[in-house]
Every structure is written in structure tokens, then in C-alpha cells.
Design a protein around this ligand. Sequence first.
Ligand code: 5GP
Ligand code: ZN
Length: 110
Amino acid sequence: MEKNCLFCQIANGEKPTEILFENDTLVVFKDIHPAAPVHLLIVPKRHIRSINDLTESDRPILSELMMVARDMAGRQGLAESGYRLFVNVERGGGQVIFHLHLHLIGGWQK
Ligand code: 5GP
Ligand code: ZN
């Protein structure tokens, strides 16, 4: 937990946010400025700054992010129509919140 990290605060329930899914590893909530009809953020509870900061022991977290992304896409009715998953890395890659997260966007056509 990083004291001044927004996504740590959301994951710890310190910033009230509707949590769509939670398990031991991660939380899922809606992006506050959606870039698509469906825009979810899949966020590990552990504070990891970016993809650059992953360590060997984080491998299970990464696979969990992807598996939950697949499940959430299914729950949102996006599995057949399709969707996009992406991660921004550091400022040049468009990252503005420096706590690793996976974007799930879709729902343009169902
Ligand atoms: P990044 O550019 O770092 O990959 O994406 C950060 C995302 O977090 C942005 O799409 C932004 O809209 C979203 N965001 C920023 N602040 C908040 C917030 O307080 N609540 C939620 N739900 N999303 C946020
Ligand atoms: Zn954090």
C-alpha cells in the first residue's frame, strides 16, 4: 500500500468506488472517464508501479489479471462482439496513474 496512490486507496476501500469484482489478488471497477461504452480497470491489490516493475513473483498476478479480464468481458456481454485489453506503461506510453492496471474496453456494438 502506497499512501498517496489513488488505486491503492480504491483497492483498500479508502476511496468509495463501486467495485464490480474483487478477489484476493485484484479489484475491478469502472473507469471514471470511459473511453468506450464499457471501460473497466482491472487492478492488482499489490502496489506495482508499472509493467517495468514486475518481478518473478508477480507472475501469478499477471495471469489473474488476464483471466479476470476474460471473465469480466463475458459478464459484460462482450465475449462474442469483442473487446480490447491494454496497459499503458510510463508517461510516454500514456500512463497517468502509477499503479499497474489493465484496461478493458468495448461495447461499441453488441
Ligand atoms: P492510465 O492512463 O494510467 O493507463 O489510466 C488511468 C485511468 O484511470 C484513466 O483512464 C482515468 O480515467 C482513470 N481514473 C483516474 N482517476 C480515477 C478515479 O478516481 N476513479 C476511477 N474509477 N478511475 C479513475
Ligand atoms: Zn498503488
